[in-house]
Design a protein around this ligand. Structure first.
Ligand code: ADP
Ligand code: F6P
Length: 323
């Protein structure tokens, strides 16, 4: 092992399109600044079980355009123990690693905070299709996921319109309705159902759809966030109570894959570069965020305390326009 200083990068939690672009930016910025750069496989699992690989300028070629994460990701519950964290730090020390970049969601940032507090400076980069990281206006992967949902729903709309049906479609987001909201606006959904906004199924769907059927409308799209669930039951109820033939679709993991959009690649590249600039100065326990449309950084602990109020204004606009 050489005496050269090193940094490491890992992706953790659910993968998101654009994570590869962030990894590439970390690797190339790190190498430009004179660091050896390691990729840690499978997130915190690789940190704990010593699964590191030195990454070179060439080893991150041709990944900017690929979805998923080339260094793999995992959820590693055992990483939360003191013993696991000490083992991870030991694995980094023996490679002269003086800083770590963690690309993931809030859970992953907790690990980065814990490591920073134990002497390994770590910097988080928001990466999740859920866009639910309170401290950042934007999380890598969201733009691609919204586009993917829009494309899938447009396809469902073709068949739904041809049969004069109603389609009830579940989109991802166990804890947050951002993907449902933005994709719902993009497809002009007749209704968007999310956990964050109270919803009266009888009044907001059944009665509204009956009125619109009377006025001549013949098909409907309903977008439901995963956290609400129950699309099969909803479809049956709509069919029974309005008479319109209804189908349910759960989009599933198709939403997490695919080539990242330009926006995701650009933001990921800038955030990856920013994270390494912090580590170069010996700064850790920070999270790179988008605030007022600018890339900046915050203390991870403070970032984790923040709450992200739901965009009820956009929800209201969708309700008024998509009539
Ligand atoms: P996300 O980062 O997408 O929110 P998770 O909440 O599943 O995903 O967290 C990803 C991983 O981060 C966990 O599997 C675990 O390895 C690590 N992690 C989560 N919470 C903590 C914590 N409190 N302390 C240390 N590591 C954590
Ligand atoms: O956090 C991203 C996400 O895709 C959520 O929207 C979804 O609820 C969850 O991950 C699914 O996780 P898994 O890939 O483990 O099924």
């Amino acid at each position: 092992m050489s005496d050269k200083k090193a940094i490491a990068v890992l992706t953790s939690g659910g993968d998101a399109p654009g994570m590869n672009a962030a990894v590439r930016a970390v690797v190339r910025t790190g190498i430009s600044k004179g660091f050896t750069v390691y990729g840690v496989k499978l997130g915190y699992q690789g940190l704990l079980y010593d699964d590191f690989e030195e990454l070179t300028i060439r080893s991150v070629s041709d990944i900017i355009n690929r979805g998923g994460t080339a260094i793999y990701t995992a959820r590693c519950p055992e990483f939360k123990t003191e013993e696991a964290m000490q083992k991870a730090i030991e694995n980094c020390r023996k490679r002269n690693i003086c800083g770590l970049v963690v690309i993931g969601g809030d859970g992953s940032f907790r690990g980065a905070k814990d490591l920073s507090e134990r002497g390994l400076p770590a910097v988080g980069i928001p990466g999740t299709i859920d866009n639910d990281i309170a401290a950042s206006e934007y999380s890598i992967g969201f733009d691609t996921a919204v586009d993917t949902v829009m494309e899938m729903v447009d396809r469902i709309r073709d068949t739904s319109q041809s049969h004069l049906r109603c389609s009830v479609i579940e989109v991802m987001g166990r804890e947050a309705g951002w993907l449902a909201l933005e994709s719902g606006i993009a497809v002009g959904a007749s209704a968007i159902i999310v956990k964050e906004v109270p919803f009266d199924f009888e009044k907001d769907i059944i009665e509204r759809f009956r009125e619109r059927l009377k006025a001549g409308r013949q098909n409907f799209i309903v977008i439901v966030s995963e956290g609400v669930g129950g699309v099969n039951e909803m479809a049956k109820r709509i069919e029974k109570e309005t008479g319109i033939e209804t189908r349910a679709t759960i989009l599933g993991h198709v939403q997490r894959g695919g080539s990242p959009t330009a926006k995701d690649r650009i933001i990921a590249t800038k955030m990856g570069h920013y994270a390494v600039c912090l580590l170069e100065k010996g700064i850790g326990k920070r999270v790179v965020v988008m605030r007022d449309n600018k890339i900046t950084d915050l203390d991870i602990f403070e970032a984790l305390q923040m709450k992200k109020p739901f965009d009820v204004e956009s929800y209201r606009i969708a309700t008024e326009v998509n009539i």
